[in-house]
Design a binder for this molecule. Structure first.
Ligand SMILES: Nc1nc2c(ncn2[C@@H]2O[C@H](COP(=O)(O)OP(=O)(O)OP(=O)(O)O)[C@@H](O)[C@H]2O)c(=O)[nH]1
Ligand SMILES: [Mg+2]
Length: 296
């Protein structure tokens, strides 16, 4: 049995940052988690990829193709199709045939149509399942876009389409929590266990809502009925948030304590401080985040 998180979501919402954060978290907590870059348009990321789709195909090369004549979005979809046709021949050798207990994070592109209605990612999920992976979908949403009830409904519906399309256990990550003001952070707490009906009541005064309140209420009911559309906050400065996310992912993938999840080979601590008092995970995180230039 192997485990995978597929990290999806709109452009710039912090998918790659989450992946590098998770890779680092795994290093300091001794879990063997590796990241695979599946974004053929990625320019840079901070993790050390186990495999990188850009070694198979690159968006610029496709855009330069005189016969295809594709722009950036069409070229990206072409690359993803090409990747799906080469999963057995390219990806499998890169990640290895069968290592029991492997935990792999797939960092995906920010093209939302890949998730909501196209079948490319569904093909990918099916293939991973055939390779005996248990898969969890992580859908990254920028917390700034969820600060009122109407935006919440819109954001949740995109997440819901993805969940329904891919048919895998699913978690919505509220990213960039560290950038929210105190009041926005407080405001967002009501979305963590939301009652869509209550949230919409507060929005009822705008002309749009007066006209479409019934529609919004009906959508709200859909979300309530699919109570799986839940949001988990990610404040990148807090290692406890990461632990929480990993725990939920473990739960939804059915990773039990007796499952054979790999830990890294034990390394002897190099300095005395570590051997005496254990490792200071928060300090290691702070050093890492300073390297990433995350604002405080
Ligand atoms: N402060 C802060 N900045 C973040 C966080 N997550 C992402 N960023 C910043 O947001 C920008 C986009 O982050 P990425 O991780 O590249 O986002 P992405 O979703 O991978 O973007 P695409 O792959 O282009 O769709 C970068 O400048 C990051 O440094 C976060 O949690 N906190
Ligand atoms: Mg990215």
């Amino acid at each position: 049995m192997r485990f995978a998180q597929i990290v999806m979501g709109p452009a710039g919402t912090g998918k790659s940052t989450y992946c590098s954060y998770l890779e680092k978290h795994a290093q300091v907590t001794n879990r063997a988690i590796r990241v695979v870059n599946l974004d053929p348009a990625a320019e840079k990321f901070e993790y050390e990829p186990l495999a990188d789709v850009r070694n198979l195909i690159q968006v610029e090369d496709v855009m330069e193709d005189e016969e295809l004549k594709l722009g950036p979005n069409g070229a990206l979809l072409y690359c993803m199709n090409y990747l799906m046709d080469n999963l057995e021949s390219w990806l499998l050798p890169e990640i290895g045939e069968e290592y029991d207990g492997d935990y792999i994070i797939f960092d995906c592109p920010g093209q939302i149509e890949l998730y909501t209605h196209m079948d490319l990612m569904k093909r990918f999920v099916k293939q991973l399942e055939q390779w005996s992976f248990r898969v969890c979908g992580i859908f990254a949403i920028d917390a700034h876009f969820l600060t009122d009830g109407t935006k919440f409904i819109a954001g949740s519906l995109v997440a819901l389409s993805t969940m329904v399309n891919l048919e895998i256990p699913h978690m919505n990550l509220l990213t960039k929590m560290d950038l929210l003001s105190k009041s926005d952070r407080k405001n967002i707490e009501r979305f963590l266990e939301p009652d869509a009906h209550d949230l919409l009541q507060e929005e009822a005064e705008t002309p749009w809502n007066a006209k479409f309140l019934k529609l919004s209420e009906a959508l709200g009911k859909v979300l309530d009925d699919y109570s799986l559309v839940k949001f988990v906050p990610l404040d990148i400065r807090k290692s406890s948030n990461m632990e929480n996310i990993l725990l939920i992912a473990d739960m939804v993938m059915g990773v039990s304590e007796d499952a054979d999840v790999k830990v890294k080979d034990f390394e002897e601590p190099e300095n005395e401080e570590e051997s005496e008092g254990g490792r200071d995970l928060d300090r290691e995180f702070t050093n890492y985040l300073e390297g990433l230039n995350v604002r405080d």
